[in-house]
Each structure stands twice: as C-alpha cells, then as structure tokens.
Design a protein around this ligand. Structure first.
Ligand code: FAD
Length: 419
C-alpha cells in the first residue's frame, strides 16, 4: 500500500501503488495493462474520491504544455498542470481565465473533475471553461471531446470515472485587473433582506461567517476594474466597514498569506483566488464540506444554517457563502440552476464532523442541496441520483467508456453507481 495522504492528511490512499508516467504513451500503456487505475490530482479533496484498488497515476512528470491559441481564445494544458502555474503564464501573455477557486494550488484536471468553483453571480464553475478534453479511456485509446460533441457535457465533470484526462483546452479572455476589498461586521438581516444586491456588488463576492450572532464576519469583494461596481474607497457595505489591514478568513491567521486586498488593483491571477500560491492555503489542519443550493432558496437555506449554529459553530473554523452561475454539465452541482455554495471549513475532528453531516443534509434536503464531490458528505447514490436530471445518462456513459469498471472505486460505488 502507498503511504500517500491527501492534502488535509485526513485520508490515506489505500492503493497498492503509485506511478508517475513521463509521457502520454507511457500513460496509455499503464491504463491498458491495469485492472484498476485512477488519476490523482494535487490531493486537495477531503474524501476517497481519487483512490483505487490498483494504480494511482500522478501526471506531475508530464510537461505542463501550456499552449495558447490567441485566435480561438483558448489555452491547452496537460492533465497535471496546476492553476497557479497556468494563471501566471496566461497573465504573462496578456490572457485570463474567467475565475479561480480559493486556492491556486489545485490541478486543473482534478478541479474540473469535481466542478470546483470560485464565486460570482455570473461566473460558472471552473469546469465551464473547458472547451475540449483529451481522455485516456479504459482500452488505452486517446479520445478527444469538444464542446457540442455528443456526451461532452457528461464528460467534463467526470469524477475520474470515465478515464484519465491527459489534456484540457480552456476558454480564455483578455487579461483584466481586480480590486479586492474586505468589509467586516456586516449586518446579517440587512444582507439577507438585500441578498441579490450583496452578491451582485462585485464580480466575485464571498461572505465569511461562523453562522452565529447577528453579524457576517467578512465580505470579500473582488471587482474588475473594467466593470467596477464598488470603488475601493466605499465607506460602508451593509453596515460592514472596510478592513484597514489585510485579512485572512480565519480569525488569528495572518492576512499576508492571502492575495492582496485593501483596494490595490492588480492582475486577476493575483487576486481571484483568496490564498497565495507561496503559502499554505486556508489552515491545513481542517476538513471541508459544501452544499450547492438553488438561488431561489438561498436566503431560507442560510437562515436554516444560522438556526443550527449551536451545533455547527463549535465544530467550525469558518463558513463561506459564494454564488455560482448555472451550467449544463451533467454531474455539476450547478447543473441547470444558478445557486449559492454553503461552505464549512471544519476543525479536524472527523468523528464529530461525520456525525453532524446527516443532520445538515436532512435540513438542507428540502432545498435540493447537492454536495461538493470533493469534500465530506454523507448521502449516497440513492440520495444524489434524484438531484441530477442526467445522472442515469452519466452512469450509462461510464458503462460504455469503462465496461469493466477499471476506473470505478469505493467512492463511485457508494455515491454514483449505488452499491
Ligand atoms: C484548502 C482548500 C481549498 C479549497 N477551495 C475550494 C474552492 O474554493 N472551491 C471549490 O469548489 N473547491 C475547493 N476545494 C476543493 C478542491 O478544489 C477539490 O477537491 C478539487 O477536486 C481538488 O483538485 P485536485 O487536483 O487536488 O484533485 P484530487 O483531489 O487529487 O482528485 C479529485 C478528483 O479528480 C480526479 N482527477 C484528478 N486528475 C485527473 C485526471 N488527470 N483525469 C481524470 N480525473 C482526474 C481524481 O481521480 C478525483 O476523482 C478546496 C480544497 C482545499 C484543500
């Protein structure tokens, strides 16, 4: 068994071996010869989603292969490329991605596979930038799928179930600048009464809260300077006042680990994520869960969690509310609906966190909450299937591309295939 653990350290991979192919041809041979095999990204998921009973494949020896097509406004990268590397290179060449997650450390392929997202009313998750992907399927073949191809929308958020993504092509746009401002101590009632005004006040808005009390801890506003809604000097935001020093979402952690704030304009690549590439993101010693809720239930769902603060807050490092635009990717938690993400960064007390999740999920079930695939959640395939209109099409696609179940693992059996 390998000794590798995930980034948070709460999960030890059970795979008997790990491999680092140096070329796509070597990767194809590995897939062809394996009975069980899966790709491992940068290990930032909190559950067993990446694990396998066979070979874990890490694509860190493949060349990042960042290739910009300025005419079609796309960039192609290898399956092992991290967003931090890609963002720096795109910015150097005058281009941008539409959004980033809270951290730049994650691999593009791993983030896309779980529909990782940032924030912004009009920003789809990171998978929505995928224009094409190249996949090594169970028989070792290289399959290319492009937007508009049959099944493409099923292949993007693939949970690693369809094959190993060797290359991705993403839509890009001209580079833009972001001004990031943090406001502290917003009034919860005012925020909920004017929720649409709050989340549309910037290109990307995040609310950090421990869900207790009458105040939202922090609002992080990332505005594009070419579309600015709020100026850096704005004196108040829903009774919140501008932070006078750089802040970290977690109380007591230095804001210097975070991307530049205080209204100083700078490139998208240095502002859209919350955490800087050079530092450990978030806390490290933590667990995470997140539920994606349709926009129309946002306020009621937030009130529900606030009502549970007596049991939630003691287990929490911090919570975050973000917004994500609808998409058409079959297993995306944003499929078919604009929504919000209710996120929980938990203390690393896995028994206590695991014990609270069924209650949280029962409380959020009336809102059609879909869990983030890469974080801790309780529900299995029976609970998840009714939440995704294209679920059965996804399992049929996986059956066609991987008839022997080479890419299946315990996570997929539990949450997708239902055994
Ligand atoms: C500190 C921290 C902050 C986070 N912030 C956010 C956030 O802001 N927004 C958000 O939505 N999520 C966030 N996450 C969750 C994280 O983005 C997801 O779990 C993401 O999937 C991790 O990507 P990874 O490269 O580490 O993939 P892994 O965790 O290594 O793998 C995830 C899945 O991708 C598959 N995969 C990886 N590479 C390939 C490939 N080449 N081909 C096919 N399948 C592949 C794996 O098999 C697995 O199924 C955060 C996590 C941490 C630890």
């Amino acid at each position: 068994m390998v000794t590798e653990r995930n980034w948070a350290g709460n999960y030890g991979y059970q795979a008997p071996q790990i491999a680092h192919p140096a070329s796509v041809a070597e990767l194809q041979d590995m897939v062809t010869g394996a009975a069980k095999i899966r790709a491992l990204g940068s290990r930032h998921s909190f559950n067993d989603i990446a694990d396998t009973a066979g070979t874990l494949v890490v694509l860190d020896r493949l060349d990042a292969g960042i290739s910009v097509d300025a005419q079609n406004m796309t960039v192609t990268v290898s399956g092992g490329t991290r967003y931090g590397t890609l963002a720096a290179e795109l910015q150097r060449r005058g281009f941008a991605l539409h959004n980033l997650a809270s951290l730049p450390h994650i691999s593009v392929a791993g983030a896309v596979a779980t529909a990782t997202h940032g924030s912004g009313d009009r920003n789809g998750n990171l998978a929505t930038a995928v224009a094409a992907l190249e996949l090594i399927t169970a028989d070792g073949a290289v399959v290319t799928a492009r937007g508009g191809d049959p099944d493409f929308a099923g292949m993007v958020v693939g949970l690693g179930a369809l094959g190993i993504v060797s290359r991705l092509t993403l839509d890009i746009e001209p580079s833009f600048e972001i001004v990031q401002s943090v406001f502290e101590g917003l009034d919860w009632e005012q925020v909920l009464e004017s929720f649409d005004d709050v989340t549309s006040a910037a290109y990307s808005v995040s609310l950090f809260t421990d869900w207790s009390g009458t105040k939202v801890g922090q609002a992080w506003l990332k505005n594009r300077t070419d579309q600015a809604v709020l100026s850096a000097g704005f004196p108040e935001f829903f009774s919140g006042t501008p932070a006078t020093q750089a802040r970290h979402p977690l109380p007591g952690v230095s804001g210097s680990n975070c991307t530049e704030q205080l209204g100083v304009p700078g490139p998208w690549s240095d502002r859209l994520a919350h955490f800087r590439m050079e530092f450990t993101p978030s806390k490290g010693e933590e667990l995470q869960s997140e539920y994606l809720i349709p926009r129309e239930h946002a306020v009621e769902a937030i009130r529900t969690i606030r009502g549970l603060s007596k049991i939630v807050t003691p287990l929490l490092l911090v919570g975050e509310v973000r917004t994500i635009a609808a998409d058409d990717l079959w297993l995306s938690p944003n499929y078919g609906r604009d929504g919000i993400g209710l996120h929980f960064t938990w203390r690393r007390d896995e028994p206590a966190v695991t014990a609270i999740l069924p209650r949280l999920e029962a409380e959020l079930a009336p809102f059609g909450a879909r869990p983030h695939w890469g974080k801790l959640f309780h529900g299995g395939a029976a609970a998840l299937a009714p939440l995704y209109p294209r679920f059965a099409e996804f399992t049929a696609l996986a059956g066609r591309l991987d008839p022997a179940g080479k890419f299946r693992n315990a996570f997929l059996d539990r949450t997708v295939f239902g055994r």
